[in-house]
Design a binder for this molecule. Structure first.
Ligand SMILES: C[S@@+](CC[C@H](N)C(=O)[O-])C[C@H]1O[C@@H](n2cnc3c(N)ncnc32)[C@H](O)[C@@H]1O
Length: 234
């Protein structure tokens, strides 16, 4: 039978009506739905936070993990921070998010060293000094109508040389995909980062919890997992 919570969450988060398909509506969504975000993600069989955290852990040694200072950029309610702890990062993790409600729930988890409410835009850069972090993890924050691709350069600024930015993103539309990929190409050509790895992954596993009454575009299940490396000297 059809999975009602999945159908409803899919309608709220992915198959949004044209009226809700804008940056302002997306921000409003997080400001109003922070209390149900994790329920929706559970219904949706969300895997991105764990996939990103495991990738992050695979990039560093056990010793580096011990003293690494991480930024969970677009931390939301902290699902990504929980996944980073589960993957074995014991040190300081800073949380930043533009939605006060999401961030409140993240801090209640007592896993972050500090939390910053901040809406990142090209004219409102990150409130951290240059080279403040050993790694930045961004799970879903560069999705369409979220952080704009032109903010990637500022994210690289707060990374130490040779450090990694781990990003998961669903590249929904042709236009968003072109802009995101175009900015990656520009940053790489400018010598500001190297595309270290890129793979497609299953961000949701709807096939496991649904049936043919669930009228979705199964292509929406997939996301991109990227690792970008800042250049520098050892
Ligand atoms: C898809 S959710 C992911 C949350 C969390 N990383 C997780 O895995 O559950 C994206 C988050 O990015 C935040 N966000 C979107 N655009 C933002 C911006 N421009 N600046 C700061 N946070 C933003 C939203 O408030 C939301 O909490």
């Amino acid at each position: 039978m059809a999975n009602k919570p999945l159908n409803e969450a899919y309608g709220r988060i992915i198959n949004v009506s044209p009226a809700d398909d804008s940056p302002a509506a997306t921000q409003k969504y997080y400001n109003e739905n922070w209390e149900t975000w994790e329920i929706d993600m559970k219904s949706m069989t969300y895997t991105a936070a764990d996939v990103a955290a495991q990738k992050a852990a695979s990039l560093v040694s056990r010793e580096q993990m011990e003293h690494f200072k991480l930024l969970d950029l677009g931390a939301g309610t902290g699902l990504s921070g929980v996944a980073l702890r589960r993957a074995g990062f014991p040190g300081k993790i800073s949380a930043l998010d533009g939605s006060p409600g999401m961030l409140k729930l993240a801090m209640e988890k007592s896993i972050y060293s500090d939390a910053t409410e901040h809406l990142l835009t090209s004219s409102n850069p990150l409130p951290y000094p240059d080279q403040a972090f050993d790694m930045v993890v961004n799970v879903g924050g560069f999705t369409i109508h979220h952080m704009e691709p032109d903010c990637l350069e500022d994210v690289l600024r707060v990374l130490k040389p040779l450090s990694y930015l781990v990003v998961t993103v669903r590249l929904h539309t042709g236009e968003h995909k072109v802009r995101f990929n175009g900015e990656l190409d520009r940053l790489e050509a400018a010598g500001l980062m190297k595309k270290y790895s890129r793979e497609t992954f299953l961000q949701y596993k709807w096939n496991e919890v649904s049936d043919d009454k669930f009228k979705v575009n199964y292509a929406d299940q997939y996301g991109d997992l990227l690792v970008l490396q800042k250049p520098g000297n050892n």
